[in-house]
Design a protein around this ligand. Structure first.
Ligand code: NAP
Ligand code: ZN
Ligand code: ZN
Length: 409
């Protein structure tokens, strides 16, 4: 077995002498497999410098603390993960905060199938730029930045050019549990102390936004802002939000800021006072007898953010003619749709998937101008498992955010 740095250079150490695996590259040029003893690090660095055209700058990595799950539904626990050293266009971000999205919970539970373990979730990241590659010019050390659901894409396909990187024709790289075409490894998310990201996928956090309360904007913010725009939310519109959790409370804040008339549909009355404080004009407890019947034909837009299977047909009857119900929630099991309910009234049903990088920056700037941030409950890493349990029973007010300092302790 040989350990190749480039087609021209061989490291002759035997595998037995290698005390630590740094990075494994299985792709075509530069084909680089590095598993080196500590004494080889300097040599690798020198080789990288002298052969910069053939050796990827991603060839050396660093080990950092993280929190993740090693099997489906297993509790999250402290782990060590590898991050690449910043390449020429990368920024290294010292993570300050990371929000917990219900998608993290679905992934750890393997609700959607296909989760690769160990999984380190987290795609609502805010931090400070700690260092950057020589060609990274968009940010300075110390800048407050964000990373959302995407960390790479092909950049040249029509979807990437249109700023819809989540639909990259070559396959988008999500922030966690996604195959990284460069490193040929699975990505690890923001439940960690540092992350290295190409600056093209890094977002600027506007001045004046509280970093901890801005973190959830990176997913919950864009996932709700994007459909409100796509479906033309405007002053005076009757907008309903189903489920008052992380995404739901952002719908209320954003739609209210667009001067829509917002109604919250929640499973119980527990969140009624909060709904009004967040900007909703009306509140309906959906399990109360006759509650939905009284709302038939009322809304031009319904935003469904529910994380569990539920009846969509009853909700569809609440749409006015030509109204749209947008699904952003991703329950594990499918839903039955009644054609008659849709056809009668030309009702529409749609979906919306996060948002691309330009729109995410637009959303952050909008939130900066309008002072919109999430309502958060800040937790330490060792409280993540409790937070997951609370989210699974709808007990979230309205986003748990991990203080990354607790991972450094
Ligand atoms: P969350 O904070 O846990 O909120 C979900 C809310 O749904 C709960 O607070 C609860 O609200 C309601 N709910 C839960 N179980 C319910 C049930 N059985 N019946 C009716 N209502 C129920 O979750 P989130 O982070 O906002 O995420 C919501 C969903 O969106 C998840 O499925 C997530 O994966 C998905 N998501 C999608 C995208 C996208 O790009 N489309 C992006 C991010 C997340 P009440 O207490 O008010 O009833
Ligand atoms: Zn999310
Ligand atoms: Zn692309």
């Amino acid at each position: 077995m040989s350990y190749r740095l480039t087609p021209r250079v061989q490291l002759r150490s035997s595998p037995a002498t290698f005390s630590k695996a740094f990075s494994v590259y299985r792709g075509e040029p530069p084909r680089l497999v590095v598993a080196m003893a500590a004494e080889d690090i300097t040599r690798l660095t020198i080789l990288s410098l002298s052969m910069s055209t053939t050796v990827s700058p991603l060839s050396v990595s660093m080990e950092i603390p993280a929190y993740g799950a090693t099997a489906a539904k297993a509790p999250l626990e402290p782990l060590k993960i590898e991050r690449r050293k910043p390449g020429p266009h990368d920024v290294e971000i010292e993570i300050l905060y990371c929000g917990i999205c219900h998608s993290d919970v679905h992934k750890v539970n393997d609700d959607w199938g296909g989760t690769h373990f160990p999984v380190v979730p987290g795609h609502e990241i805010v931090g400070r730029v700690a260092s950057r590659g020589a060609g990274a010019t968009r940010f300075q050390e110390g800048d407050l930045v964000g990373v959302g659901c995407l960390v790479d894409s092909c950049r040249v396909c029509p979807e990437c050019r249109a700023g819809h990187e989540m639909f990259c024709e070559k396959g988008v790289t999500f922030t966690f549990d996604s195959f990284d075409r460069n490193t040929k490894t699975w990505t690890y998310g923001g439940y960690s102390t540092d992350i290295v990201v190409d600056e093209r996928y890094v977002l600027r956090v506007p001045n004046g936004l509280d970093p901890v309360r801005a973190a959830p904007l990176m997913c919950a913010g864009i996932t709700t802002y994007s459909p409100l725009h796509q479906f033309g939310c405007k002053p005076g519109d009757q907008v309903a939000v189903v489920g008052l959790g992380g995404l739901g409370h952002m719908v209320v804040k954003l739609a209210a800021s667009m001067r829509a008339d917002v109604t919250v549909l929640s499973t119980s009355r527990d969140k009624e006072k909060d709904a009004s404080r967040l900007g909703a004009k009306h509140f309906v407890a959906t399990k109360e007898l006759g509650a939905l019947e009284a709302l038939q034909g009322r809304f031009s837009l319904i935003m469904d953010t529910v994380s569990a299977a539920h009846d969509l047909n009853k909700q569809l009857t609440l749409l006015r003619n030509f109204g749209t119900m947008v699904l952003v929630g991703l329950p594990p099991s499918g839903a039955q749709l009644d054609a008659f309910t849709l056809v009668h009234g030309n009702r529409r049903i749609a979906g919306s998937n996060i948002g691309g990088i330009p729109e995410t920056q637009e959303m952050l700037d909008y939130c900066g101008k309008n002072g919109i941030v999430a309502d958060v409950e800040v937790i330490k890493a060792d409280q993540i498992n409790d937070a997951y349990k609370r989210m699974e029973r709808g007990d979230v007010r309205y986003r748990f955010v991990i203080d990354a300092a607790s991972l450094r302790a």
